[in-house]
Design a binder for this molecule. Structure first.
Ligand code: SF4
Length: 280
């Protein structure tokens, strides 16, 4: 069996940076340290950080003292004000690419555009984008969700959740352009996601089965698996190497392995090692 491992799979720049920031904070502070929500969608890594003294909380208003680390998805201005008002130390690990999307969302509001955010409803990154874009902002997950009557004749500005696929943005822009008075599109998709997706698709085309590793609640990993499945229906999304089943690979000559942005890259090697153990 030939095994193809993605060179772009696993931790992206923003996640690696956030983990480094969290570990540094743990080393340098004697006060309690919390992340607002799990720092990444990877239960093993969250547990490891908790052992190092950084625990996840769901609600900043529950924290009485110490430090709060903002994770890669970022938060809205009001949350930052509330944390500061409680006298807590803020360590901002918002990914710089997410920051750019937030700034673009704020600028749309300031310049009088009707902000349309392409992203998943209720995803923390999208919630923070809405908080920056203002209460008129509209969230759509895809072009079909857009109601043309709501944007007809208006000055519309688009901001994109960083992990979206480019085809989704192209479809939305094509639907908006004929009905808006003016259309400004900020392509705030993250290059790391795009590159990882493109490489995964290249590998999936060559493979008889694809393994995508990452948390099931990770938007990034779920989308990666969906894209691979469209090319290779024998695509399996796993969180742990122990979920692999030998029968998935019967008769398969080439397996591609990739991983979401919140997955330690060494997990791809672990999966490859397990496949070799099967001895196909
Ligand atoms: S996927 Fe991109 S935007 Fe998201 S954390 Fe990683 S580098 Fe940042």
């Amino acid at each position: 069996m030939k095994i193809l491992i993605s060179r772009r799979g696993g931790y992206c720049y923003g996640v690696q940076r956030a983990l480094d920031i969290a570990h540094n904070a743990a080393r340098e502070s004697r006060e309690p340290i919390h992340t607002l929500g799990p720092i990444i969608h990877n239960p093993g890594v969250v547990k490891e950080l908790a052992t190092a003294g950084v625990s996840a909380v769901d609600e900043h208003l529950d924290v009485a003292g110490g430090t709060i680390i903002l994770r890669t998805h970022g938060v809205g201005p009001q949350v930052i004000e509330e944390i500061a008002a409680r006298g807590l130390v803020i360590v901002d690990a918002t990914c710089p690419y997410v920051k750019i999307a937030q700034e673009k969302a704020s600028s749309l509001r300031e310049q009088g555009y009707l902000p349309v955010i392409l992203g998943e409803h209720d995803h923390p990154e999208v919630v923070a984008l809405v908080a920056n874009a203002g209460e008129k902002a509209m969230v759509v997950e895809n072009a079909d969700e857009l109601e043309p009557a709501k944007v007809k004749g208006k000055k519309v500005g688009v901001v994109v959740q960083t992990t979206q696929a480019s085809a989704n943005l192209a479809a939305l822009a094509a639907r908006l352009a004929p009905v808006c008075r003016e259309l400004l599109v900020h392509n705030t998709m993250c290059n790391a996601t795009q590159k990882c997706q493109e490489e995964a698709l290249r590998l999936a085309e060559k493979a008889g089965a694809v393994i995508v590793i990452g948390g099931r609640n990770s938007a990034n990993t779920t989308r990666l698996a969906q894209l691979c499945r469209a090319v290779q229906p024998r695509t399996f999304h796993i969180e742990e190497v122990d979920e692999l089943l030998p029968e998935w690979f019967q008769g398969v000559e080439t397996v591609a392995i990739t991983a979401g942005a919140s997955t330690p890259p060494e997990q791809m090697e672990e999966v490859a090692a397990r496949l070799r153990e099967y001895g196909f």
